[in-house]
Design a protein around this ligand. Structure first.
Ligand code: GCW
Length: 676
């Protein structure tokens, strides 16, 4: 198996000298609770169990109501024993994983109370029932599709009972391993299927497929993870035999009530629905002249009796924007659609918003709805699967970017803590219904994530959800130590250095300074400077012979900047106080504009692209030095990816530099080769 950070071997090794016991004094409810604990933790993890708590080296102490959060835990030392205390089984499990992490890393026992920053820590799979994955770069779905010879024989398929016509893979071994990986970093919610819900995906909510969903949900439950499904908003029409999906129609409401009843009769702790509506051609309430609060609340009402949630995506924009029209601006779409609905969404509805106003680009400013909305449950969405970040071929440690977005200062003076992660809770209708979501990045590929180094993003995403303040650097240290356990310090630090700088490196050789896209249309890997320039998707860079970038100022541009708090708006309105990393997202800038560091825009573009490529050349050299020091298959996989990345970076460097050289006519002041 590719080295997942917490595979069986590692757990057994770290726990070789430990035995576990439950402290009988605190296991209220007697055997029933104890059995529950055993099946949840001990059986899954196959821990050595000691019946006499005095003799155990680790004591699991469950005390209902001890901490504010049911997922929190605390580790303490009692003589030679470590005691893990938590309100619930899940809390104990998180404490167990923390202890394991500390043991492997050899750090001092952390006795602080540890409690998650966000209550919902979710992975959204874009897996489809035929086994393919939209924007998936790591092989086939681990949930759906037929096992075939391409699947990795080392990882799973031991217990596959597959019959024709079945859409589920039933690879329990692999799902258990996945669930354990997710639980080890605190993920507690997973949506199984693509938000573009097609074909049998629409029917996942029907009795025909609920047993298959339940098989997965049952595995996840043992690891504190709730299962969600993405739904097609037009399901009443498409599979319900109705002639409408209008949310105010009682027949439609009845349809959804029945769907919920069926689901909960099979999966009593089902998490809820994830919905992409009125977006990129998907159906939605606008078709019936209803707003998104009406659409979402109707579903919220149907699922409420069971305690379920409706996660409603704010990725709604008019896909027919014309490049000739400079006033319409896709970046304003979510705000225009949802700001007027603040306070209208039900308590069990959550608005899920991409971190930036456009679409998971290498650099975007924050989505301005964060901080603007004051009475709406919200989640911030990321994409672990690296659609615009190198397809899990190019190494790209995106945790750096996510950390920045979560800790983005919205500069609203009236908020207690104006940083985006904290804003989620402060502005929620129900603070238990906020969190983070991210598009998953695993598949049946040998190392789960194609490039094994892309595992760092899955690990890091979970850790960052749990603690929004844990730095990407600390997280990366953990991941390297837990993954390359058998390697020497020098090897670990070489790997660390490559991954640590990779997000910036990738950003440097792609579309410059936040202008975004410039990728090959539809496929989204590799450069195509004008690929989307005259398209309808609203992703323009507006380069001409004088300058490049989108004028989003209030004075002369689309006015997008005015959607931020007053302080941030006035900062961004002024070119000189706009952060350089997103300057072309917010301004159309002349090539000869001089930044604070004394460099012109055009020279900055050249320098970034030469530097980005040079970094990848260095990665290739550095990676060669770890040969023989780590697992051979991991070494080879990363080497192959780096080879492709080097070619990718070269294409980006030359195409972007040449394009801007031809546009501006300004040569590189270092005299490096720029093709004409
Ligand atoms: O970035 C775009 C992707 C689509 C995706 C969409 C979304 C699932 O290119 O593939 O559709 O975002 O987030 O809904």
């Amino acid at each position: 198996m590719g080295k997942a950070w917490l595979n069986n071997r590692l757990i057994h090794k770290a726990m070789a000298n430990d035995s576990f016991a439950f402290s009988p004094a605190t296991v209220a409810g007697g055997d029933a609770v104890r059995l529950q604990l055993e099946s949840d933790i001990v059986n899954w993890l196959k821990l050595p169990l000691e019946l006499d708590p005095e003799k155990a080296t680790v004591v699991l102490q469950k005390q209902a109501g001890k901490f504010d959060s049911d997922e929190a835990f605390q580790l303490s030392q009692k003589g030679s024993q470590v005691v893990i205390t938590a309100n619930t089984t899940n809390g104990l499990m998180y404490g167990f994983y923390e202890l394991l992490r500390e043991k492997v890393m050899g750090t001092k026992l952390n006795t602080d109370l540890q409690s998650p920053s966000q209550p919902l820590r979710m992975i959204d799979h874009w897996d489809q029932t035929d086994g393919s994955i939209e924007r998936g770069y790591a092989g086939a779905s681990i949930f759906f599709g037929k096992p075939d010879k391409l699947d990795n024989p080392d990882v799973g398929n031991f217990d596959v009972k597959h019959i024709d016509g079945d859409i589920f893979r039933h690879d329990r071994t692999r799902m258990i391993t996945y669930a354990r990986m997710l639980a080890s970093v605190g993920i507690n919610a997973v949506s199984l299927n693509n938000v573009n819900v097609r074909e049998q995906g629409i029917e996942l909510i029907t009795p025909k497929y609920l047993d298959g969903v339940d098989e997965i949900a049952t595995i996840f439950r043992g690891f504190g993870i709730k299962t969600y499904l993405a739904i097609n908003w037009a399901a009443p029409k498409l599979i319900g035999g109705l002639d409408t999906s209008d949310p105010v129609d009682p027949k439609v409401q009845e349809f959804w009530a029945k769907v919920c009843k069926n689901i909960y009769s099979v999966i009593p702790d089902f998490g809820g629905f994830l919905v992409k509506a009125d977006s990129e051609g998907e159906p939605g309430p606008y078709q019936y002249g209803r707003d998104h609060a009406q659409g979402a609340n109707m579903l919220g009402q149907a699922i409420k009796p069971y305690g379920g949630l409706v996660i409603w995506r704010a990725f709604v924009y008019n896909a027919h924007q014309d490049w000739r029209d400079r006033k319409t601006d896709r970046a304003k779409a979510a705000y225009n659609n949802f700001a007027p609905l603040d306070g209208h969404f039900a308590d069990n509805v959550i608005l899920q918003m991409k971190f930036g106003p456009i679409d998971f680009q290498t650099a975007e400013p924050l989505q301005p709805l964060f901080g603007k909305l004051r009475n709406t449950n919200q989640m911030m969405e990321f994409e672990i699967s690296a659609e615009y970040l190198g397809h899990q071929i190019d190494v790209n440690y995106a945790v750096k970017q996510w950390y920045k977005m979560l800790n983005y200062d919205t500069k609203y003076d009236d908020l207690k803590d104006p940083h985006a992660g904290a804003v989620l809770k402060e502005t929620a209708v129900n603070p238990a219904h906020t969190g983070m979501a991210a598009v998953g990045n695993v598949g049946m590929s040998e190392h789960w994530t194609n490039n094994p180094l892309a595992q760092a993003n899955l690990y890091g995403y979970g850790r960052l959800c749990w603690n929004n303040q844990e730095t990407p650097e600390d997280i990366l240290h953990e991941w390297v130590a837990l993954t390359f356990t058998e390697s020497d310090n020098k090897t670990q630090s070489t790997i660390y250095k490559i991954v640590d700088t990779s997000n910036e490196t990738y950003r440097d050789y792609c579309a410059p300074l936040g202008v975004g896209f410039m990728v090959v249309p539809h496929y989204h890997y590799g450069p195509s400077v004008n690929g989307y320039e005259y398209d309808r998707w609203g992703t323009y860079h507006f380069a001409d012979r004088n300058g490049v970038g989108v004028d989003r100022t209030m004075a002369t541009g689309s006015g997008f900047i005015g959607m931020y708090s007053d302080k941030l708006s006035s900062e961004y309105e002024n070119l000189d106080t706009t952060p350089e990393s997103v300057v072309l997202f917010l301004h159309h800038v002349p090539y000869d504009h001089v930044f604070a560091n004394g460099k012109t825009l055009i020279q900055t573009i050249y320098d970034l692209h030469f530097q980005g490529y040079a970094n990848v050349e260095q990665y290739v050299k550095d990676w060669a030095t770890v040969s023989g020091k780590i697992d051979d298959r991991v070494f080879e996989s990363v080497s192959d990816c780096l080879k492709q990345q080097l070619a990718d970076a070269l294409e980006w460097r030359d195409q972007v530099n040449t394009y801007f050289y031809r546009m501006s006519g300004v040569p590189d002041d270092q005299g490096r080769l720029i093709y004409e």
